[in-house]
Design a protein around this ligand. Structure first.
Ligand SMILES: Nc1ncnc2c1ncn2[C@@H]1O[C@H](COP(=O)(O)OP(=O)(O)O)[C@@H](O)[C@H]1O
Ligand SMILES: [Mg+2]
Length: 379
């Protein structure tokens, strides 16, 4: 195959397949791997040299529906797709994918499999929905701050004047006015955090120091009843971020987790890891940003109600009697400002929030060498 239908003579098909995000695997009639693109190497967790010539059953459990599909394609020809297949192997955590198989090559002596990771596509959709939520949030917060706060201070001032001449009953009412206006001002203040258009002031942040600080705050207060476990990768490079805002983000996430777990036997797992190849195309176009640093917060609570999932990051979404529904909206805004990604997976007894963050860019590490610490917990 040295020419390509629809392409120029001499164009190298392998280099085109290398650009695809979906894993592509070609098998011969004996079930041996003849070609993999880089996405397939990454998916299987094994390099092309080790894959070439090997049986696919060495990497994917033989009982997988994938092999039934392969057999059917060899038998019937044509192209067959199967949705929601769970793939699993010695180095492959179970993952739902859509598989498509078709014959290729001269004499149809090759079978090409393309795998499509359904979960990732869905997560991306969710991610973009969150960006819109954050944007409408910003506009609304700016409006509220303008239109609500000024009149409120007038109302409060007037109530205080009335209070001077009021009897006991009247004073109870003016007190009520003051308390309620204070409550609304506090709410608007919290919202104002969203209309902040300042560019982030960023530095090298030791993410484990942030997490340990938040854990200590949690354990001495709202999460006293919860057992914490840590699974940190101490070799992580520093996050390129704003430390105070990141403290706020993880405080909000851990508070939600603590509020979700049962009164006894509640458990929260904090974990960090380095994940190659997590990229996010910036909203306005331009170079995709690498966001390889993963922080996950897992709790064993009841899970997120199904009907909440599609708009979980919207403001004022809450199931709590005294909830504001602003916690996750702020989290989405701050992570977005960092160029990061947030996702969640939730089922009863296991809810995971995953935050992907950028690391300090290589060319600016020089400047921060003095305070560049490794991300060990230091405690
Ligand atoms: N870890 C979690 N487990 C279960 N539900 C959660 C979790 N985190 C968030 N939620 C749900 O999302 C809602 C919104 O959370 P948030 O924006 O922090 O607002 P609030 O905590 O004030 O309700 C919560 O009311 C809860 O129903
Ligand atoms: Mg909350």
């Amino acid at each position: 195959m040295d020419t390509l239908t629809g392409g120029e003579p001499g164009l190298d098909p392998a280099s085109l397949l290398a650009a695809l995000p979906d894993p592509i695997i070609a098998l011969d009639r004996h079930g041996a791997v003849r070609f993999v693109n880089p996405a397939a190497e990454q998916f299987l967790g094994i390099g092309a040299p080790a894959l070439r010539g090997a049986q696919l059953t060495d990497f994917i459990v033989a009982s997988s529906p994938l092999f039934a599909l392969v057999e059917a394609v060899w038998r019937d020809g044509g192209s067959i797709a199967e949705y929601d297949v769970l793939l699993e192997g010695p180095r492959l955590p179970p993952r739902p994918v859509t598989i498509q198989g078709a014959l290729a090559g001269e004499g149809a002596d090759l079978l090409v499999l393309s795998l499509h990771e359904r979960a990732i596509a869905e997560q991306m959709d969710r991610q973009f929905a969150h960006r819109d939520a954050a944007r409408s949030m910003i506009a609304m917060a700016a409006m509220l701050a303008h239109e609500v706060k000024n009149p409120l201070s007038g109302i409060r001032g007037a109530a205080q004047l009335l209070e001077q001449d009021a009897d006991d009953d009247g004073r109870q009412l003016t007190q009520l006015i003051c308390d309620e206006t204070d409550r609304i001002v506090a709410l608007v203040d919290r919202m104002e955090a969203f209309s902040d258009h300042q560019p982030l002031s960023r530095g090298a942040v030791n993410i484990h120091e942030v997490l340990e600080r938040v854990r200590r705050i949690a354990q001495s207060g709202f999460a006293r009843h919860v057992r914490f476990a840590e699974d940190y990768d101490p070799s992580l490079p520093p996050v390129h971020g704003n430390r105070d805002l990141l403290v706020q983000v993880f405080l909000n996430l851990i508070k939600n987790a603590a509020e979700a777990v049962p009164a006894t036997g509640g458990e929260i797992v904090l974990a960090t890891a380095y994940r190659h190849g997590r990229r996010l195309a910036p909203a306005g176009g331009g170079q995709p940003l690498q966001v390889p640093l993963l922080v996950s917060i897992t709790d064993n609570g009841a899970g997120i109600p199904e009907e909440l999932k599609s708009h979980l990051f919207d403001p004022f979404v809450t199931t709590k009697r005294n909830g504001t529904g602003l916690g996750l909206a702020l989290v989405a805004k701050v992570i977005g400002d960092h160029g990061g990604i947030i996702e969640f997976d939730s089922q009863p007894r296991r809810t995971v929030f995953r935050v992907f963050l950028p690391v300090v860019p290589r060319d600016s590490r020089q400047d921060s060498i003095g305070d560049e610490r490794r991300n060990d917990t230091g405690s």
